[in-house]
Design a protein around this ligand. Structure first.
Ligand code: NAD
Ligand code: UDP
Length: 310
């Protein structure tokens, strides 16, 4: 049994990770300040043996005994990370630094939840890990993009300085149950709007693309990366390479929910990436990982979840 610290553990991905690792028989310390997460997501674990929740902000140091750290704490939806940009920068940088210091102290292995946003609005398609990206350092997304980029830099330098075992995972758009209904990201927005019979809000002309990964596939990839040999440090892309336009996504959601909602077009947010699709060759080779759940199947499960909570 390992003692595993999951920061951002009451959020969307963190709550799935805590449940999976707990079911594998580990002791789970779930740390979160509930900024975008909620203890409702970890209700099945509260009060269980080998599980504890710590309400803490990762921008502040903490001393916890652990063998592994999954550093997921950070608002991930553009709406939420842009509401408090300085908090997002501090969470990305100070959070990573505090968790790296803790990993050094405990000689723990540490995984960073990085993002496809490090590629910015990419000029290379699909995106390989070797691509350095195209990020506007002073735009509205920079608090998140640059925060995640400096966190990667911090990770590789801690590895060199302290011979720390690090893992950098570049996560592409992931969706599923436990997303907050007001999260603001596209999959939850479209499903919640379709179920309520409200207008489906497409930003821009809807021709921009994303590639959506179901949460169970993501968690498989995350745990496989953490358990990979020491020389596999990443960065490594984890995502589903099947690419869709936002118009296609809206049409799939409307058909699946049998909704009478109308599609409306709103302004495209500044610096919104026009295309995104992971090259997952490295994950296939090093982790023997690839996503298994097609978009339509994942959307059915996600819709069932939203029906159950709304
Ligand atoms: P989420 O917003 O649901 O979860 C983030 C969690 O971090 C929340 O529970 C929030 O309360 C917590 N948090 C934020 N700031 C904190 C702080 N200062 N101290 C303590 N806790 C804090 O988002 P998610 O989709 O579950 O994302 C989890 C991680 O994965 C994030 O680091 C995100 O950048 C990364 N990621 C996610 C996606 C995706 O598509 N879901 C894509 C790329 C990267
Ligand atoms: N988007 C949209 N309608 C919405 C929410 C988002 O058309 O209600 C678009 C957004 O402009 C972007 C894509 O969907 O082009 C994915 O947005 P999301 O916020 O989910 O994640 P991103 O990949 O941009 O971080």
């Amino acid at each position: 049994m390992k003692r595993i610290l999951v920061t951002g553990g009451s959020g969307f991905l963190g709550s799935h990770l805590c449940q999976r690792l707990h079911a594998q028989g580990h002791y789970i310390i779930c740390l979160d300040n509930n900024y975008t997460g909620s203890e409702k997501n970890i209700t099945p674990l509260i009060g269980k043996k080998n599980f504890e929740f710590i309400n803490h902000d990762v921008t502040q140091p903490i001393d916890v005994k652990c063998d592994e750290i999954y550093n997921l704490a950070c608002p991930a939806s553009p709406v939420h990370y842009q509401t408090k940009p300085i908090f997002t920068i501090e969470t990305s940088y100070m959070g990573a630094k505090n968790m790296l210091d803790l990993a050094v102290k405990n000689k723990a292995k540490i995984l960073q939840a990085s993002t496809s946003e490090v590629y910015g609005d990419p000029e290379v398609h699909p995106q390989k890990e070797s691509y350095w990206g195209h990020v506007n350092p002073i735009g509205p997304r920079a608090c998140y993009d640059e925060g995640k980029r400096i966190a990667e830099t911090l990770f590789v330098n801690y590895q060199k300085a302290y011979d720390l075992e690090i893992k950098i995972m570049r996560i592409f758009n992931t969706y599923g149950p436990n997303m907050h209904p007001q999260d603001g990201r596209v999959v939850s927005n479209f499903i919640v709007q379709a179920l309520a019979g409200k207008n489906i809000t497409i930003y821009g002309d809807g021709k921009q693309t994303r590639s959506f990964c179901y949460v169970d596939d993501n968690i498989n990839g995350m745990i496989a990366l953490m358990n990979s040999p020491k020389d596999i440090t990443g960065p490594i892309n984890i995502g589903n390479p099947h690419e869709f336009t936002m118009l296609e996504l809206a049409e799939i959601v409307l058909k699946m929910t049998n909704s009478k909602s109308k599609i409306i077009f709103e302004a495209l947010p500044v610096d919104d990436p026009m295309q995104r699709k992971p090259d997952i060759s490295l994950a296939k080779t090093h982790l023997n990982w690839e996503p298994k759940i097609p978009l339509k199947d994942g959307l059915v499960k996600t819709t069932e979840y939203f029906k159950s909570i709304l």
